[in-house]
Design a protein around this ligand. Sequence first.
Ligand SMILES: Cc1ncc(COP(=O)(O)O)c(C=O)c1O
Length: 527
Amino acid sequence: CGPLFGVSRRMRFDLPAHRYVLEALAKGSGPDEMAAEIAKMGILPVSFVAEAIADTAISADNSSGNLTTPRQLQPDKDLPPSEISLASLSNHRILQTLQELTAELTRNRWRPDDPAYHNRLMWKQLRGVAAREGGEPVAPRFIPLARPCLDETEEQAVLETIRSGWMTSGPHISAFERQFSETVRSQGAVALISCTAAIHASLVHAGIKPGDTVATTPITWASTGNTLYQMGVKPWFVDIEPHTLNLDPVRLEEALKAGAKAVIPVHMAGHPCRIGEIRALADRYGVPVIEDAAHALGAFYKGVPIGAQGTYVCFSFYAIKNITTIEGGMIATDRQEVAAELKKMAANGMSATAWDRYGRSAVPGPAVVTGPGFKYAMGNVSAAMGVCQLKKLAQFQQKRREVASRYLEKLSGVDEIILPREEPYARSAWHLFIIRLRLDRLQVGRDQFCDDLRHENVGTGIHFYGMHLHPWFREQFGDWRDRLPEATAASEEVLSLPLWPGITDRQVEAVVDAIKKVAAYRRRIKG
Ligand SMILES: Cc1ncc(COP(=O)(O)O)c(C=O)c1O
């Protein structure tokens, strides 16, 4: 028979068996000897099998289909005849013992044509068939869109902060704000509970009132639409540049001429928008710019960090952002007095927080409200986490760039997709890696394509479905579709690929393979 692999649709415990099959193969043995090799599993020390299972985890992560090279067995060390209890190892009920299995196999009941066993060729063929058609998924385990990157450092900092008793206000907050300010080279920074809160507080601080109109991009997160709605403010949607998905400054003037009282551009996916042009226009009309930099920590515009310039630059530390405090946000500002005012606004309009009122250096007397406020201040536990995360930012950003360049290189020949690129003025923070599908070259729409990828165990995201297309916003803000051709088209074509600093090379390879496989499967045949 040809090379035999006991490959099941869902590989788990059978991979340790592969080791023995491969051992036998290396010795040029036939099925009987292989079965005998497998049988050795029953008399191996627990530690050895556990190690084999650890190898299984590595193998199961292997997108290329090559199994782990078997470690050379050392007969004296590895094969003492001790019994192991598979049940206690894995918590599973044993349906058939290895001895019984061996007996069955050695009675020549081995059938190479049994679909439970495939040779290498079949394995390859199975991987070539789209998983939704019953083929083998490209990735053995699901690859999510993103994951937070936390370790013992954050765990320890959080634990210590909880134990200190200062969980809401406390000393980590000003440390985080100071270090953040140094990182983005701003004049001040105010830590808040979210980027949504940051945008809201900035709008209020900038004097935006019910009945006003604010210019913004439709390609953004729903929280901006909800904030404007709750404030009684009408958005004026400005269409986007198709290649960066950012607000197009050329189309902004129309909104300002129509009386927009502020502009909220987004640095989409971490790629800076043309903020210089936007600021110049807004200045000409005397209106503030509130930058949505939720994705853009680590990005540079013309060599200057996003956050270094601008009065209201709003960042997000949501779980999968470039750094996280689980939930959290920050306003970076180029004006120290604005930072002080926003700080007060975030603390219910009071100039003293609980830390100031009840700590050792407490100021006597009641805390008084001296202006409008919200309860938006970041907590001490989150800030402790933020301080740890900020230290890792440079390393995170380097990894994000590496992954983005790999995607750019490996996906460059796929005709069904358009890849993102960095404009000459920009250094992207690569929060997201957004591709656009060329729907004219595919038989299916974006959602079906994403579903095909999901079957291959690859997760994706949609950033974003235009705000003007959501039913609720359409009801509240009217039908903008005809005025936003670029944003409307992008909403049907964008999809974000898995990207986070901890993604492995194998996972990146698997994503690339899955895109190529699904693109080939769904390619429109030109006739
Ligand atoms: C572009 C954009 N703006 C604002 C937000 C809101 O951020 P947060 O969740 O911190 O409120 C997000 C969140 O994902 C976002 O992507």
